[in-house]
Design a protein around this ligand. Structure first.
Ligand SMILES: [Zn+2]
Ligand SMILES: [Zn+2]
Length: 464
């Protein structure tokens, strides 16, 4: 078995692991590298769509390989048709640095993942979150057609004949799938995104274990413990292990976060705002339960409401058990008297419209009138709603990681200005999505592979 890290080597994220065995070729993850992208691009300077893959190859964001990428993009670059060279891509979870570059893959490459991962990718695609499209389906680009009037038009998502579903297979824990000469087993792990898993790849030349992103201190730590047991049983030749926090033995715990948040809510008089990783449903469930324990209701924003609805039973709580905050958007007609509902609707995207008028939908005025009844999910991207709410005696609980690049630091400063303006007190309570160094070393020792390949870490030398 031959293993190449085509991303994630000496950096946190961008995982793209190519595994080759007797003519079978699979990828474990196909994510974007924040570090490499950040060297050349920003919010304002993006790789150009018109160059299709060229900017990504040139700046080292994608490996140049034949038989991997979308035919519409290759054609636009003047390249010949290629034969598919990859038998499958196995996604560990739906974080950008592991999954979002499947956008660029040929649509006939089979993609394997957990059910939750697929739902999250679908929601990202439908709501346009994260500014990346074409995850579970791909729309032909750089293609023209003639409409019934004979006019030349560009292909777009409005025409279903140009949209093609990708070839997804949902994996069940404990069930192996065969791909060429390999067998692959998905094993769920605990991480800061639901649906996360690691993989065991079986071959006649020995086995390989990949941790994905893993921790042992979340609400589902039992999953990670069971993963270690399974991985050990596989007697792997190779263990590809994440090491985001290999350089620290600092203990984190989700239970500790819950206790702290619960105390803060219990002491609060006015509104409680909580800032959390947008799709970390374990953390959001922590907020939901802490709110409930203190006689308050949890308030979700529209994107979160859509995710909860799409996940259904895969989400730890029900959409009916929370309130949905419908923000003022566009013309801001919501909450105004005697306005035609059709006109109000036009303020919102199609996917948002179902939430405008539900029994559990609320608007800013409810938060203003009954501040002690709610715990409100809030982020920097919606903070301008504070102007409508005008909160008094409010608190803000930051339950997400500290800024790690310049742009994030500037956003954080801006957020603090908003909080100061409304005299909102800020607290923090957070636990990482990644295992600490001592836990990673303990895991490696227990699994006892012949060889360890560090990934998703800036300190690969610390594995020795
Ligand atoms: Zn990651
Ligand atoms: Zn992750």
């Amino acid at each position: 078995m031959n293993v190449k890290l085509l991303g994630g080597d000496g950096e946190i994220g961008g995982n793209k692991i190519l595994v080759e065995h007797k003519g079978t070729r699979i990828f474990l993850d196909f994510g974007m590298s924040f570090k490499q992208a950040g060297k050349f691009f920003s919010e304002y300077v993006q790789p150009r769509k018109c160059s299709s893959l060229q900017d990504f190859f040139e700046m080292g964001l994608l490996p140049e390989l034949d038989g991997v990428y979308r035919e519409d993009y290759l054609k636009h670059m003047g390249k010949q048709k290629e034969k598919r060279s990859i038998d499958g891509v196995f996604l560990s979870h739906a974080h950008a640095d592991h999954a979002w570059y499947i956008h660029f893959l040929r649509i006939d490459i089979p993609i394997f993942c957990s059910k939750t991962t697929k739902v999250i990718l679908q929601v990202l695609e439908e709501t346009g979150s994260g500014s990346i499209s074409d995850l579970v389906s791909a729309c032909d680009t750089f293609v023209f057609y003639r409409n019934n009037k004979g006019e030349l038009k560009r292909a777009s998502r409005k025409k279903s004949e140009f949209v093609h579903d990708r070839d997804f297979t949902i994996l069940e824990p404990g069930k192996k799938v065969s791909v060429g000469t390999l067998e692959v087993e998905m094993v769920p792990v605990d991480h800061s995104l639901p649906g996360a898993c690691g993989y065991i790849v079986y071959s006649d030349e020995g086995n390989l274990v990949y941790t994905g992103d893993i921790r042992f201190h979340g609400s589902h730590q039992k999953l990670s413990e069971d993963f270690v047991v399974k991985a050990k049983q596989a007697k792997p030749k190779i263990l590809i292990s994440e090491g985001t926090r290999i350089d620290t033995d600092k203990k984190d715990s989700e239970a500790g976060v819950k206790a702290k948040i619960s105390d803060l809510i219990s002491d609060a008089e006015g509104l409680v705002f909580v800032e959390h990783p947008v799709r970390d449903l374990d953390r959001i469930n922590t907020m939901y339960e802490s709110a409930k324990a203190n006689g308050r209701e949890f308030v979700a924003n529209l994107k979160l409401a859509y995710l909860v609805q799409s996940l259904g039973d895969l989400c730890p709580f029900k959409l009916d058990d929370v309130k949905i905050l419908v923000p003022k958007k566009s013309w801001g007609l919501i909450g105004k008297e005697d306005i035609d509902p059709d006109l109000i609707e036009q303020d919102y995207n199609k996917w948002e419209r179902d939430f405008i008028d539900r029994d559990n939908s609320i608007i800013y005025s409810e938060l203003k009138e009954n501040p002690s009844k709610y715990v409100v999910s809030m982020s920097m991207w919606e903070i301008n709603q504070l102007s409508d709410i005008n909160p008094k005696n409010a608190v803000w609980i930051k339950s997400s990681c500290e800024p790690f690049d310049e742009e994030m630091k500037i956003d954080e400063k801006r957020k603090k200005n908003w909080l100061r303006h409304y005299k909102i007190k800020e607290y923090s309570a957070h636990a990482s999505g990644h295992a600490s160094g001592d836990k990673i070393r303990e895991m490696i020792k227990e699994i006892n592979p012949e060889k360890v390949i560090p990934i998703h870490t800036e300190n690969p030398e610390m594995y020795n």
